[in-house]
Design a protein around this ligand. Structure first.
Ligand code: HEC
Ligand code: HEC
Ligand code: HEC
Ligand code: HEC
Length: 458
């Protein structure tokens, strides 16, 4: 009996402990941000801040930049975005993303170790698109990220999957017309809305779709038909769900962005920054992440088969500026502007000079496509405007693969060009066909420049 009472007491002590951990132990400090007595202040707990500071230190940059030497697109086989970087800076970038995204697995998290040009791992495809996404954030969303910008580390922090992402929550089984009514995801105490009883998915409507967030009614009457006032309590609850997310993501109170005397006012500059943030997040999700869904393995998808998406916490992680505003991006100029470089696996632009035209073909193809077809049209124009000129056509083929097959292909390519000239009305005695030529051996493997037809004026 005595033992039983002791147990109870111990249980009560533990239970009290559990209850109390939900509250914040004093002291709690505050900083005034507006007029005295108006409640414009930020309340914070120094212990939580101290912990956050440790979690939000930016890692040091990997070595100095070096623009000298050949470009990545001239040395590597399959560089589609970062081809204009020097090889030194390209390798520095590879070292950085390894540290930021996959420090444990290393290069093989994205690469087939036997062939770094191989694109068979989904992680490499995703990473390539992530480079473009990061470039877009830094160059296109300065009203939000300013000069501070972001790197892969801002979201990933050394993890392949960022720790703070969102999926659409599973459908609840309660039907809309059940005795409980349509819960709209309420009363679940979800983390997404700061454990409040608000609708638990403020993300799908606002950070994927562009449903109206500003629902404060300016009209007292409900009305009906087309004029009915949709700024109802229900819509407002969704807005408040998003606001809880934004506040917890940044570790701030509502007064960081609003003077709560007038929630509609834009007097706090942080509210405008946040407005851009909402639009930026929508773009990242819709233009970059959702289109990658089919690349991800099933174990990376959410309960509804959707990919992990970005919200305010993905970058901010509880802090008003990610990494307390550490200026990391400036050490990585490769992530500051959108790359315009031509993919190394793609074809060089067609060449049309007075005495020489060069047209390029895809692997195994004898058809001129896109830009190359325009190069052919230009050749026809030149020949029509200078009727005395004769041309010799040579098909080139790459040094790799079966010789007989390659020679046949080179011949077909030359035929393509000759036939186009003839069908454009150019006399056949002005066009001479030469023997197929093997292009110079290329140690870097399959070289698009080798798959060409040269047309020399005589
Ligand atoms: C997070 C994914 C990721 C990690 C980790 C990674 N890479 Fe890459 N790597 C890529 C992507 C994406 C490309 C293609 C870049 C492009 O298309 O602009 C690439 C391309 C390359 C290429 C060019 C290959 C070719 O011939 O086309 C080399 C070389 C390379 N990486 C080396 C490395 C090394 C060495 C490491 C480890 C220090 C590494 N990478 C780690 C994603 C990664
Ligand atoms: C705005 C936040 C954000 C930034 C910046 C960002 N990523 Fe991501 N990344 C994500 C999200 C969200 C996912 C999807 C998570 C998943 O894999 O399910 C993801 C997934 C990935 C994956 C797939 C990982 C896996 O195992 O499924 C790779 C690889 C990756 N990112 C590389 C990069 C690289 C490299 C950069 C920088 C050039 C970068 N990311 C920048 C948010 C970001
Ligand atoms: C990080 C800045 C930020 C924080 C923190 C924030 N809000 Fe907002 N709030 C906004 C922005 C931006 C909008 C307008 C969104 C839009 O139009 O896309 C908005 C809109 C609103 C609206 C609708 C106003 C209207 O014009 O109809 C209400 C109500 C609101 N917030 C309440 C709150 C409450 C309550 C909190 C605290 C739980 C809060 N907000 C925290 C930035 C913030
Ligand atoms: C891609 C990463 C990223 C995402 C996602 C993101 N932010 Fe930011 N945010 C930043 C960066 C970087 C800064 C710092 C800019 C600066 O130094 O002025 C910032 C600054 C801010 C500021 C200004 C803070 C201040 O004191 O000046 C607000 C407010 C803010 N973000 C709100 C949001 C909200 C709300 C969301 C979600 C809708 C969001 N952010 C999503 C990267 C991000």
């Amino acid at each position: 009996m005595i033992r039983g009472a002791a147990c109870l007491r111990a249980f009560a002590a533990v239970a009290a402990g559990l209850v109390l951990t939900a509250c914040e132990r004093p002291p709690v400090a505050s900083v005034q941000t507006g007029f005295r007595g108006t409640g414009m202040e930020q309340v914070y707990n120094p212990r939580i801040v101290a912990k956050q500071v440790a979690l939000n230190a930016a890692p040091a940059a990997a070595g100095p930049l070096n623009d000298e030497g050949p470009k990545a697109k001239d040395v590597y086989k399959n560089v589609q975005v970062l081809g204009d970087l020097s090889v030194a800076n390209f390798n520095r970038h590879m070292a950085s993303i390894t540290q930021w995204v996959a420090p444990e697995a290393g290069c093989v998290y994205c690469h087939n170790a036997a062939d770094f040009a191989d694109d068979s791992k989904y992680t490499k495809i995703v990473a390539r698109r992530m480079v473009q996404m990061t470039q877009k954030v830094n160059s296109g969303w300065q009203p939000h990220v300013a000069a501070t910008g972001v790197t892969c580390y801002t979201c990933h922090r050394g993890n392949p999957v960022p720790q703070q992402v969102w999926y659409a929550p599973p459908e609840r089984r309660l039907a809309a017309n059940s005795i409980m009514g349509d819960l709209a995801g309420q009363n679940i105490a979800a983390r997404s809305v700061g454990y409040s009883s608000l609708p638990n998915d403020p993300f799908t409507p606002y950070l994927l779709d562009a449903k109206p967030i500003r629902v404060n009614g300016t009209d007292a009457l409900a009305k009906s038909g087309a004029a009915r006032n949709l700024n109802s309590t229900k819509q407002t609850e969704h807005t408040y769900g998003l606001m809880m997310h934004m506040s917890t993501s940044l570790g701030v109170n509502c007064t960081y962005c609003h003077n709560t005397r007038d929630l509609l006012s834009w007097e706090r500059p942080q509210r405008a920054t946040a407005w851009y943030g909402i639009r930026m997040v929508r773009e990242l999700n819709n233009d970059y992440i959702v289109p990658l869904t089919a690349n991800f393995p099933a174990n990376r998808l959410g309960p509804k088969g959707d990919v992990a998406k970005v919200n305010c916490s993905t970058c901010h992680q509880g802090v008003y500026k990610p990494l307390y505003g550490a200026q990391m991006a400036k050490d990585h100029p490769e992530l500051l502007s959108v790359s315009q470089s031509k993919p190394s696996g793609g074809l060089p632009p067609p060449l049309s000079e007075a005495m020489r035209s060069v047209l390029y073909f895809g692997v195994g193809s004898a058809v001129l496509e896109g830009e190359q077809a325009k190069g052919l049209a230009e050749l026809i124009n030149t020949m029509n405007s200078t009727p005395t000129v004769k041309v010799a056509i040579s098909g080139y083929h790459s040094a790799s693969g079966d010789l007989a097959f390659n020679q046949e292909l080179a011949k077909q390519r030359a035929f393509t060009v000759r036939d186009s000239l003839l069908s454009a009305g150019i006399a056949s005695e002005r066009v001479v066909l030469e023997k197929p030529v093997q292009a110079e051996a290329n140690l870097q493997g399959e070289d698009p420049a080798a798959r060409r037809v040269e047309v020399m004026a005589q």
